[in-house]
Each structure stands twice: as structure tokens, then as C-alpha cells.
Design a protein around this ligand. Structure first.
Ligand SMILES: [Zn+2]
Length: 100
């Protein structure tokens, strides 16, 4: 890993460990329990990741503002690699929580 500016990916990593995020994630996965991208492809896959539709790119205000979508870990990895190409990103485990 290269050095990251304070307020960037390191800050966001901390936000994922807050009770506020846990509650928000649970609410999203309850509202939309299936992976949205798999659903588009005709597959029924349980979602484990609460994903930011608008990439927050380390911005705390955007991080909380949403909107959010439910994705499975596989789709989330592909989605983020495409959207945030070349930027530091968090990796999510199969259970939907970031590996930090
Ligand atoms: Zn999926």
C-alpha cells in the first residue's frame, strides 16, 4: 500500500466500524436483501455489501449521504475495481465487511 492522505481511505475504514454504519447497512440489506447486479443478470444472490451508488472517494459527507444499493461481495469487487480504478479501495470479504 502507498501512503494515503488523512481523511481518505483510512478515515473511511474507520467509518465502516461505527455503529451508525452497521445500522445503516442492516437497514439497506433488510430493504433490499438481494444483490442488485445479480438480479439484473437474472440471478438470485443474497447481498452482503451495502454499496455506495455514488462513489464517496473518501469523502465523509458522501459516505453517509448515500444512496446505497445491496450487492454480493463478488459484484462489489468488480464494480469498485471499475469505478475507482487506480484509487485506493477497501477490499470486502465474503461476509460483506471490509478487510482492513
Ligand atoms: Zn452479485
Amino acid at each position: 500500500m502507498t501512503e494515503q492522505p488523512e481523511g481518505g481511505a483510512r478515515l473511511i475504514g474507520r467509518l465502516y466500524r461505527t455503529a451508525r454504519w452497521r445500522n445503516l447497512r442492516t437497514a439497506q440489506l433488510t430493504r433490499e436483501p438481494l444483490c442488485r447486479l445479480c438480479d439484473y443478470a437474472g440471478d438470485v444472490v443474497a447481498a452482503t455489501v451495502c454499496d455506495h451508488v455514488t462513489p464517496h472517494r473518501g469523502d465523509e459527507a458522501l459516505f453517509w449521504a448515500g444512496p446505497f444499493q445491496s450487492l454480493c461481495a463478488d459484484c462489489h469487487s468488480r464494480h469498485k475495481q471499475r469505478e475507482e480504478h487506480g484509487r485506493p479501495t477497501l477490499t470486502f470479504a465474503a461476509d460483506g465487511w471490509p478487510i482492513t
